[in-house]
Design a protein around this ligand. Structure first.
Ligand SMILES: C[S@@+](CC[C@H](N)C(=O)[O-])C[C@H]1O[C@@H](n2cnc3c(N)ncnc32)[C@H](O)[C@@H]1O
Length: 362
């Protein structure tokens, strides 16, 4: 860069300062995310929830942790506005509304989501390599941490919203499942959706397909512990789905956009459905046009997830690399291309701003 090319020559210093502040805010958000992640892993939020005002020593004792480290963590929590601090008594408290967002078994607890930052940060060198050289990062490089992360990220949300929210949003789907049909769950991961559906609809039979053995083992363990006899799990590449008998319903939760061969998966799903069957994919629901996604906070997260995982696992197999921003327009087109005559998009429950429900009718 020559002195005359220097962009600093042409800019208002105040606009530089404002932008730097915005950047620092994002960087700081990442740091707060790491603090939340560590606090969650160390059980500090659970130890503080409902306990009122505590000294750092009392919180450390409740969590069986080191006081010095807890005190430093609390200083970060207080300055981030997550804990309150009373200087007179040197005590800290987690407000009830913050405890609801960071503790417990409800879907409102999003403490676990913080783990995504460290998970993805481990892949910064590999993502940078692909940025220069092309290619992708194989699924195997993300396991086993990804299996647990994905399970924990979605489990509570499925517990609360799968039946009434996702399934209930599709006209006729609950009735079909209640009557008794054969159902496949494509890319089922740890199979929590498969098991919840199998438990709710005992007249139907379910099979969960995935390529990940550790995830399928977790699904089988849960099915056994719930005494379910209408669900099985099979290692299968769903691009080659070819069931012995036609399926009444095929579901896929967050499992189409990161496929290596998504068009083959959709075509196989269409071929596998019975004449009045339903294909239901809960998948990322941005617009396919970048300009429509500007200003949507969830879009930043999804493009990030995509670069650090979804696009990479597909490109690693020489795949389509659709990414999490594939969007509603492309999804609809791909479903039509796969042979679905009628394609409808339903909105997800309000607590899921990430996805849309894509329904293809045979
Ligand atoms: C983002 S995860 C979603 C898992 C689960 N459905 C959920 O909602 O938590 C995508 C899953 O698709 C699986 N998957 C990817 N490609 C696949 C393929 N070709 N055949 C079967 N499963 C596949 C992955 O192993 C992973 O478990």
């Amino acid at each position: 860069m020559t002195p005359t090319d220097d962009p600093a020559n042409d800019v208002d210093p105040e606009s530089v300062s404002a932008f730097r502040q915005q950047l620092v805010g994002w960087y700081t958000g990442g740091r707060v995310t790491l603090l939340v992640d560590v606090g969650h892993r160390a059980g500090l939020f659970e130890a503080a929830a409902g306990a009122g005002s505590l000294t750092s020593a009392q919180l450390a004792q409740r969590a069986n942790a080191s006081e010095r480290h807890v005190r430093e963590w609390l200083a970060g929590m207080v300055t981030a506005g997550i804990f309150t601090y009373d200087a007179g008594s040197s005590t800290y408290a987690l407000p009830a509304s913050h405890a609801v967002a960071l503790t417990g078994d409800r879907a409102s607890n999003i403490a676990y989501s913080a783990a995504g930052l460290a998970l993805h940060a481990a892949h910064v060198p590999a993502v940078t390599r692909t940025m220069i050289e092309g290619g992708g990062i194989p699924y195997a490089d993300y396991r086993p941490a990804f299996t647990t992360f994905m399970d924990q990220l979605m489990r509570r949300s499925y517990d609360e919203s799968l039946l009434d929210g996702f399934i209930g949003s599709v006209p006729g789907l609950s009735e079909l499942l209640a009557e008794g049909v054969r159902v496949a769950d494509l890319g089922c991961g740890t199979g929590h959706t498969t098991n919840l559906l199998a438990r709710a609809f005992p007249a139907s039979t379910f099979v969960g397909y995935d390529i990940s053995q550790d995830a399928l083992d977790a699904g089988r363990d849960e099915a056994t512990s719930w005494n379910l006899d209408n669900v099985t799990f099979m290692p299968t590449d769903v691009a080659q789905l070819a069931p012995d008998e036609p399926l009444g319903v095929i579901v896929a939760f967050d499992a189409i956009h990161d496929q290596a061969r998504p068009a083959d998966v959709l075509a196989a799903a269409r071929r596998s459905l019975s004449p009045h069957g339903l294909f239901v994919a809960v998948d990322t629901g941005l617009s396919s046009n970048l300009e429509d996604n500007i200003g949507k906070p969830i879009a930043i997260a999804l493009y990030n997830f995509s670069l650090f995982h979804c696009m990479q696992v597909s490109l690693a197999e020489g795949g389509a690399g659709l990414g999490a921003g594939w969007g509603r327009q492309l999804a609809t087109q791909m479903l039509r291309d796969a042979g679905f005559d009628a394609v409808t998009i339903y909105e997800t429950p309000p607590n899921d701003p990430m996805n849309a429900i894509y329904v293809g009718r045979a």
